[in-house]
Design a protein around this ligand. Structure first.
Ligand SMILES: Cc1cc2nc3c(=O)[nH]c(=O)nc-3n(C[C@H](O)[C@H](O)[C@H](O)COP(=O)(O)OP(=O)(O)OC[C@H]3O[C@@H](n4cnc5c(N)ncnc54)[C@H](O)[C@@H]3O)c2cc1C
Length: 319
């Protein structure tokens, strides 16, 4: 297959993962983006491997399974910021086993003494944990070391054709930006607010997605804890809401009483790139450009990143 000149729109986890995969295959790659890390949604995420607010389920399972294996390999690279932790997911009702159970290397039902008061069942799974500020730095470094170029734009592109030029392939990884860039009404924000605290000695993640304290999750990291959160569809606000922050702290302290003495270090908010379903497909803009779209990963952009990048490469190889 001939080597391609690839332009990727977007420098979040999706654009960088695709960029690295194209470079590994010997193509030349330029990323163009209005914002670079640390000023992307990807940097806001907590984050851990977990298919959340994303569809369709069959494809999500395949992309997430692929990424899970890649993240396990990355645990051997200390500068990547990837490690594996136990996630305790809790329910106030009998719950079915999750569709992604087969993708993780260890999965068991939680013992009753592991459940906070008011919860009746749960499970414990080993999943990759991604320290996003560290991982995004690592991806940037890897992309540049492999010979990738990055161009920062003063403004958002308003038309994909603005970057067609001499390039024979464009990959659109613009996340929520695709709503405007592609006039895509199926894309919408899912607002997530977070609180960052000191880590009072926690190592296990906890998640109540549907129960009385939903949406609540605790992500202990090496030097801090990320507490969430919210998942507000069609809310575009990037302002920190102090009442929401208090509520996040209150709920997480019920789930994990050790957090009562944790010091608050900061607050963040980000807009997950929601979509009716992930858009990963080729569009041939007659006479202008071939575009592979890769966006709409909801609350699972990290979870799907390597699997989606691999499918983008397969599509590129086929044209
Ligand atoms: C609070 C919160 C918690 C999360 N937790 C997790 C988690 O635990 N696990 C997980 O897997 N995921 C999680 N996510 C979701 C994850 O962060 C996103 O799915 C992921 O970051 C999307 O990455 P992306 O590269 O597609 O988009 P982004 O990171 O948003 O990057 C988009 C890029 O495109 C550029 N761009 C956009 N529009 C244009 C334009 N018109 N012209 C030029 N450039 C443009 C931007 O400047 C940017 O560089 C979370 C998200 C939030 C907000």
């Amino acid at each position: 297959m001939g080597k391609k000149r690839v332009t990727i729109i977007g420098c979040g986890v999706s654009g960088l993962s695709c960029g690295i995969r194209f470079l590994e295959d010997g193509h030349s790659v330029r990323i163009v983006a209005a914002s670079l890390p640390p000023d992307t949604t990807s940097n806001v995420a907590a984050a851990y491997w977990y298919p959340y607010k994303v569809s369709p389920q069959d494809k999500v399972l395949s992309w997430a399974s692929y990424s899970y294996k890649k993240f396990l390999e990355l645990t051997k690279v200390p500068e990547s910021g990837i490690s594996v932790f136990e996630l305790l997911k809790i329910f106030d009702h009998d719950a079915e086993e999750p569709f992604w159970k087969g993708a993780v290397r260890s999965f068991r039902n939680a013992r009753s003494d592991e459940l906070p008061s008011g919860y009746v069942c749960g499970f414990v799974a080993e999943v990759p944990r991604i320290e996003t500020p560290v991982y995004m730095r690592y991806l940037m470094k890897r992309f540049i070391e492999f010979g990738g170029e990055i161009e920062v734009l003063e403004n958002d592109l308003s038309d994909i054709n603005e970057v067609s030029g001499e390039n024979n392939l464009i990959v659109n990884c613009s996340g929520l930006g695709s709503r405007q860039l592609c006039t895509d009404e199926n894309s919408f924000p899912i607002r997530g607010q977070l609180v960052r605290t000191t880590n009072p000695g926690l190592s296990r993640g906890v998640n109540d997605e549907l129960g009385p304290l939903a949406v609540s999750y605790i992500v202990p990291r090496d030097n801090d804890c990320i507490l969430g959160g919210t998942a507000e569809e069609n809310n575009w606000s990037l302002d920190i809401d102090p009442d929401t922050s208090s509520d996040i702290l209150r709920k997480c302290r019920i789930l994990e009483p050790k957090l009562k003495n944790a010091e608050v270090l900061g607050y963040t908010v980000g807009l997950r790139p929601g979509r009716t379903e992930v858009r990963l497909e080729l569009e041939d803009i007659a006479g202008v450009a071939r575009v592979i779209h890769n966006y709409g990963h909801g609350g699972a952009g990290f979870t799907l990143s390597w699997g989606c990048a691999e499918e983008v490469i397969q599509i590129a190889d086929s044209i």
